[in-house]
Design a protein around this ligand. Structure first.
Ligand SMILES: Nc1ncnc2c1ncn2[C@@H]1O[C@H](COP(=O)(O)OP(=O)(O)OP(=O)(O)O)[C@@H](O)[C@H]1O
Ligand SMILES: O=C(O)C1=C[C@@H](O)[C@@H](O)[C@H](O)C1
Ligand SMILES: [Mg+2]
Length: 165
């Protein structure tokens, strides 16, 4: 069993929003590793970062990615930082991985003031710039398809992603 589509991209790319819409179009289930991690830990991601630290979060994330890839046959969205793990990148080989690309201005507009993202609590614009710069090569490395989300609605993006699935 393998997911029909795996969605990667930075915070604000729209992985959760678009992923759900793609699943509806394909008539399959939607799974999000961030949700799986919160269920396993029994607390929000922000609390995991604060109480247990980022390395503990990344370990839970590796387990969630491995489980999602092995168990889920629908649309799977990964957390924004999942591609930072070489283990995760190796596991993604052979899957239909779609990179939702987003520019800095759009990413800031979409998530800059949201308090749920622990890595963006301070200087969200500077943090997002750093994350986008550092991770772009990793997203491109794992992606089979890259979809530009700039100036497009989630429905338009979901139509394009679904065409590839
Ligand atoms: N194409 C788009 N145009 C405008 N707003 C969008 C678009 N895609 C997503 N959004 C909005 O941006 C915000 C972030 O979207 P979403 O939570 O889906 O991102 P994400 O990639 O899952 O982020 P994270 O990595 O933090 O989980 C939401 O408020 C969503 O409604
Ligand atoms: O970009 C990141 O490193 C993160 C993105 C979110 O999806 C969550 O996985 C968490 O907030 C970390
Ligand atoms: Mg999300």
């Amino acid at each position: 069993m393998a997911p029909r589509v795996v969605i990667v991209g930075p915070p604000g790319a729209g992985k959760t929003t678009v992923g759900g819409l793609v699943a509806r179009r394909l008539g399959v289930g939607f799974r999000d590793t961030d949700v799986d991690i919160e269920r396993t830990a029994g607390k929000p991601i922000g609390d995991i970062f604060i109480e247990d630290g980022e390395p503990a979060f990344r370990a839970l994330e590796r387990d969630a990615v491995a489980a999602g890839l092995a168990e889920h046959d629908g649309v799977l969205a990964l957390g924004g930082g999942a591609v930072g793990s070489e283990d995760n990148r190796k596991l993604l080989a052979g899957h239909l991985v779609v990179f939702l690309d987003v520019g800095l201005a759009d990413a800031v507009a979409r998530v800059g003031l949201n308090r749920d993202r622990p890595l963006l609590l301070e200087s969200p614009r500077a943090q997002l710039k750093r994350l986008l710069d550092e991770r772009r090569p990793l997203y491109l490395d794992v992606a089979v398809v890259t979809v530009d989300t700039g100036g497009r609605t989630p429905d338009e993006i979901a139509d394009e992603v679904a065409r590839h699935a």
